[in-house]
Design a protein around this ligand. Structure first.
Ligand SMILES: Nc1ccn([C@@H]2O[C@H](COP(=O)(O)OP(=O)(O)OP(=O)(O)O)[C@@H](O)[C@H]2O)c(=O)n1
Length: 406
């Protein structure tokens, strides 16, 4: 039996990038032998084992898919007769289909190193189509390596298009898709992820509500030369440049989906797009099984992002309602994330790379002023229950007015 290092670890070592986890492939061994050696199997009928000490993944060399949808849920034909080359040819990209033996020698039958040098993401063989999730994976790798100059090979994009058009993406489980989407949004160029999906027609299958934004004009005051879809890409880029967390990036991706519902004769104005978008955002959250913090922030940002732009003009009572709606007194962090999403929107809209976003400091300052209102003196005055709530709000309104007059 021989063991080879494969996949991301080989790729990233050649790129001179940090290696997060190592995958191994085992040639010439059976599942029984692995169990005898103390490896622990992962899932049922799946030829991957965990090393008893390191916990790293060891997969038996495998050939064609036997059943199931998606690499994660497949069962594969694995036997001690499968060669390393037969295993590598069924992998997604040439840059992911290289191996290294225990002497550190590179085994590269499909020219991954050459593609790495040429900065090309290219599929290895037609077996790419065995797992439709690879469409998302390629877009995610493009988002990660775009700063190094990588792009997707034309023939791979064509294959991705065929997969998208065949309806195969509909078979992906929400969990697998979300894992890719959430990882891709955290890459240095999340906008490239969306752009690549759009280029191969997969965005229309996965997030049609976002795809619909391309070609929809923005109001004149925004950034007249780019449409709403391009604006969303620009906001995502800002999110990455400002190191925003996943929930802010997810909310940014969805914040304007309501604009896709504006009838063309009303363009470029989008009256009540925030309210109209809520239904769509809710449906997307449910369909993608977005985790609660992402789903909640997306709904709040969808509903209130225009408040962020008008923050300096908001009446104290409206501001207080907003703070209450965010439950800012108990969850200040979520309000801060909302403000961050509004700031990214503004930067993506006006190219505010160098400029200030005074609304942000104002909103956070006002929230802080309202949060400072002490409950104790009110309790000492004998207020209880609803009365206390009313008294607190009165005090908060006073605090906000005082903050505004500063
Ligand atoms: N749908 C998939 C998933 C994985 N792989 C193969 O399995 C390897 C390991 O997969 P994974 O750990 O998901 O990705 P990495 O390439 O290691 O990249 P990352 O840095 O994102 O972990 C990949 O390199 C690729 O060879 C594949 O061909 N098709």
């Amino acid at each position: 039996m021989q063991i080879y290092k494969v996949g991301g670890a080989v790729r990233d070592r050649l790129l001179g990038r940090p290696i997060s986890e190592v995958d191994w492939v085992v040639v010439g061994a059976s599942a029984e032998q692995m169990l005898e050696l103390g490896y622990r199997p992962v899932g049922a009928d799946f030829p991957v084992f965990l090393h008893p000490q390191t916990g790293e993944e060891y997969a038996l060399a495998r050939t064609e898919r036997k059943s199931g949808h998606g690499y994660g849920g497949f069962t594969f034909h694995a036997s001690p007769d499968v060669t390393l080359e037969q295993d590598l040819i069924r992998r997604d990209l040439t840059v992911n289909a290289m191996a290294e033996d225990d002497q550190g020698n590179l085994i590269d039958p499909y020219n991954g190193q050459q593609d790495l040098e040429a900065r090309i993401l290219r599929h290895v063989s037609p077996a790419f189509a065995e797992d439709p999730l690879r469409v998302l994976r390629v877009a995610r790798f493009a988002a990660r390596y775009a700063p190094l100059g990588f792009s997707v090979a034309t023939e791979t994009l064509m294959l991705m298009r065929e997969l998208a058009e065949s309806g195969e993406l509909a078979h992906l489980t929400a969990e697998r898709s979300w894992k890719e989407i959430s990882r891709a949004l955290m890459e240095p160029r999340p906008d490239v992820f969306v752009q690549v999906l759009r280029d191969c027609g997969a965005l229309a299958a996965l997030l049609p509500e976002v795809d619909d934004l391309f070609g929809v004009p923005q109001p004149q005051a925004h950034h007249p030369e780019i449409d709403t879809g391009e604006h969303v890409l620009s906001v995502l880029r800002q999110c990455a440049e400002h190191d925003q967390p996943l929930n802010v990036r997810w909310a940014s991706l969805l914040h304007d989906v309501g604009k896709g519902l504006t009838p063309e004769d009303q363009w470029p104005r989008h009256i009540a797009h925030e309210q109209k978008g809520l239904r769509l955002i809710q449906a997307i959250n449910e369909r993608c099984k977005a985790p609660r913090d992402c789903a909640e922030l997306a709904m709040l940002v969808g509903e209130f992002h225009t408040h962020g732009h008008r923050a300096l003009e908001l009446r104290p009572s409206t501001l207080l309602e907003l703070l209450q709606r965010f439950d800012v007194f108990r969850r200040p962090q979520r309000f801060a994330e909302f403000v961050a999403a509004c700031e990214m929107d503004a930067r993506g809209r006006l190219g505010l790379e160098q400029r200030e976003y005074p609304q942000g400091a104002y909103l956070l300052g006002a929230a802080e002023a309202a949060r400072q209102v002490p409950v104790k003196p009110l309790l000492e005055k004998g207020f209880k229950g609803a009365e206390l709530g009313e008294a607190l709000n009165r005090e908060r309104l006073q605090a906000l007015k005082a903050y505004k007059d500063q």
